[in-house]
Design a protein. Structure first.
Length: 439
């Protein structure tokens, strides 16, 4: 047992012994931007009732397919607010049937973008137009995985981390005594940027997996334009950089435009995922319809992702393993009353199923959770995990709303008034459930 955990603790991606197998990787990106004249509601802000008015930047579904001779897996993201649980069930079965990738080896996540249309079964009331758009997204998701699988080629993989100071804890103690959405510089906030790189055998990038803990809400409720917000801007910057259409990241030589012929690799896919961002907002929010902050902060995060992979060591011998389980916690909702008070009452609600996923890529653990997880749950998981790189991917494989750690219930903020979970179960169930899957 001790030897087992020692091997798991090795932070590089290389498999060992009988687990050695050559890696193959492929990637694809498909546009899921709605038609410009489509009458579709936007998701993410309860007070925003209008549909979108125009398109600022296109939104995508991205897929990375992996295979090592014995196991196939896929990581998929779409630039939407969430993955409704009913859609996860449909899409995962369609992917399994059409590509042969088992459901337990599929990680399907949303970037939690508030500048995109709603989906059927999601956050807002929807109609026939939304149903048609949902079918478009489902079909694009299956096609993205199919294309990524068709592009499988011998590959190497590696992991690196950096830091970006673009997020801030948003649970602010207001002068009134209430806890609201604001800025809490002293609150917990993970600044880690985690990047997995998949490259061909000559060293040219195939795809990147980028993870950072922040809400995709630079553009506020007054925005009525389709956008990928910060996640989309980050992916776009990295992809355009490797296509030769973005400047090189800053260096001692200054910021110079890359020659278009230098390091061109075709279509590199930069797939962005949200970490434990349930209590994390961008450090600055945009006024009105000004997208300057989106582009600037996307460039900063994209530059950091590019920087950290510069000296990365990669390996072609990578073990792949996927597993999932469902844990159930008691439900509870705060009794409706806007007044600030010393004691709050929660009423009982139906139990909540939480689908947990684990995708192992070598000794990197991608822990999938279907909700808006607060920071301290991920911190607890990292503390207990035998893996140096334990990355939480939220809004994955379903959607159950906010998932606070137990201590967070003492400060009744928006996350607490919105959660469907009763205090005392989810934090332990998630940490122990992921650890069980690791074992």
């Amino acid at each position: 047992m001790h030897r087992y955990f020692l091997l798991l603790g090795v932070w590089c991606l290389t498999a060992s012994g009988a687990d050695k197998a050559p890696l193959r990787a492929g990637a694809a990106r498909i546009d899921i931007t709605p038609d410009e004249n489509a009458a579709l509601p936007m998701s993410g802000y309860r007070g925003r009732k209008q549909g979108f008015q125009k398109i600022h930047d296109n939104i995508y579904v991205r897929a990375i397919a992996l295979e090592n001779g014995t196991t196939r897996a896929a990581i998929v993201t779409w630039e939407l607010i969430g993955v409704p649980t009913v859609l996860w069930a449909d899409v995962s079965q369609r992917v399994a049937a059409e590509t042969g990738i088992p459901v337990e080896n599929l990680l399907l996540a949303a970037v939690h973008n508030h500048g995109a249309p709603s989906l059927r079964g999601g956050y807002e009331e929807t109609g026939a137009n939304t149903a048609a758009y949902t079918e478009k997204v489902e079909a694009a998701t299956v096609e993205a995985v199919r294309q990524a699988k068709a592009r499988l080629q011998p590959a190497r993989a590696g992991i690196a981390t950096g830091s970006a100071y673009l997020n801030i804890n948003r649970r602010e103690h207001m002068p009134s005594g209430a806890w609201g959405l604001g800025r809490n510089p002293g609150g917990p906030s993970d600044k880690t940027v985690s990047v997995l790189k998949f490259e061909d055998m000559s060293g040219k990038p195939i795809a990147f997996f980028i993870n950072y803990a922040v809400h995709g809400v630079i553009m506020g409720p007054e925005n009525l334009q389709i956008t990928g917000d910060l996640p989309g801007a980050t992916s776009r910057f990295v992809e355009q950089y490797y296509a030769g259409t973005q400047p090189k990241p800053r260096s001692d030589a200054g910021f110079q435009l890359r020659p278009r012929s230098e390091e061109r690799t075709g279509e590199v896919v930069a797939l962005w995922t949200s970490g434990a961002a349930g209590d994390q907002n961008p450090i600055a929010l945009a006024p009105g319809s000004d997208f300057t902050l989106v582009d600037s902060m996307g460039q900063i995060l994209g530059e950091e992702a590019i920087r950290v992979v510069g000296g990365m060591k990669t390996s072609p011998d990578v073990r792949i393993r996927g597993a999932q389980k469902v844990v159930t916690c008691p439900g509870g909702r705060l009794e409706a009353d806007p007044a600030v008070r010393d004691e709050y009452k929660f009423k009982e609600a139906g139990p909540v199923n939480i689908r947990l996923g684990l995708l192992m890529i070598g000794n990197v653990a991608l822990a999938a959770v279907p909700g808006e997880v607060l920071t301290m749950i991920h911190e607890g998981l990292k503390k207990e995990s035998p893996f140096k790189h334990t990355i939480m991917v939220t809004h994955a494989n379903g959607a159950i709303g906010y998932i606070p750690d137990d201590a967070a219930y003492d400060q009744v903020s928006y996350e607490i008034t919105s959660t469907r979970l009763k205090r005392g179960c989810a934090e332990t169930a998630i940490v122990n459930g992921i650890l069980d899957l690791m074992n």
